[in-house]
Design a protein around this ligand. Structure first.
Ligand SMILES: C[S@@+](CC[C@H](N)C(=O)[O-])C[C@H]1O[C@@H](n2cnc3c(N)ncnc32)[C@H](O)[C@@H]1O
Length: 238
């Protein structure tokens, strides 16, 4: 994503204590305290301009949301989007949303084991060169860390327009013996998929009629048991 430099961006995000977290490692193990409640925490890694995480926070007040990116300018843009999505006269942001500035390579410094319920990876950079494979956010090195941070109902939801990244990710999950479900090679083939919030990148690809690849990885023991139970029930249906 190409970004224009702009004076005053740091000052703009520094002043937004209600929404922006510039020192996320200070909240490791204490994110529930930051939100002031024990609602499950859903994180989008690499949120870009923040359309998805802002809309999700408004649609799901029963969860807390954290949008992560490593660029000041994207945090600034996402903060504008979040306040607009809340639609409040005083310009305040959704109470269940935080925007955190950090490099995902440091994720283990920011969240504690079992602190997260769900991780969204939306249109992560594909890093097509083989020598950059370790930077892909679905590389086994990253996925192992996500597994530690997720709770007993934890899941990873992944969407991409990149077939090579999707193939790579299927292999990563398979190598780690991770259970997958709701796999799609063309998420919007019958029109916009129901119960799906589109990201900025996704809207653009959808307009170009490009296929979107999607999967869910079921991580936590309770989530796995629930998934098994729903499969058994479906099999018993006439
Ligand atoms: C291709 S964009 C997708 C943005 C958004 N999720 C969407 O679907 O519209 C990938 C985003 O991930 C962010 N990103 C990539 N690697 C990152 C890293 N290691 N740490 C934090 N953010 C990262 C980039 O800055 C960029 O905003």
């Amino acid at each position: 994503m190409r970004l224009r430099g702009r004076k005053g961006i740091r000052e703009t995000i520094e002043s937004q204590h209600d929404l922006v977290v510039l020192n996320p490692a200070e909240w490791k193990g204490r994110w529930a305290e930051r939100f002031g409640n024990e609602k499950p925490i859903h994180v989008e890694l690499g949120m870009g301009k923040g359309k998805f995480i802002s809309e999700m926070s408004v649609l799901h007040p029963d969860c807390n949301f954290i949008g992560v990116d490593m660029y000041d300018e994207l945090i600034r843009r996402a903060s504008e989007k979040a306040r607009a999505a809340a639609g409040r006269e005083d310009g305040s942001a959704p109470d269940n949303l935080a925007l955190a500035l950090f490099n995902i390579e440091r994720i283990a410094d920011v969240f504690d084991e079992g602190e997260l319920r769900r991780i969204y990876l939306n249109f992560s950079d594909p890093w097509p060169k083989k020598r950059h494979a370790r930077r892909r956010l679905t590389h086994a090195g990253f996925v192992r860390q996500y597994v530690r941070l997720l709770d007993s109902r934890g899941e990873i939801h992944f969407k991409t327009d990149s077939r090579p990244l999707f193939e790579f990710s299927l292999n990563s999950f398979a190598d780690l013996n991770i259970r997958l479900r709701r796999i799609s090679l063309d998420l919007h083939k019958d029109g916009p998929a129901p119960d799906n919030v589109m990201t900025e990148y996704e809207s653009k690809f959808y307009e170009q009629q490009m296929p979107i690849y999607r999967l869910e990885a079921v991580i936590g023991q309770e989530a796995l048991a629930e998934h098994e139970a729903s499969l058994a029930l479906a099999e018993r249906q006439p």
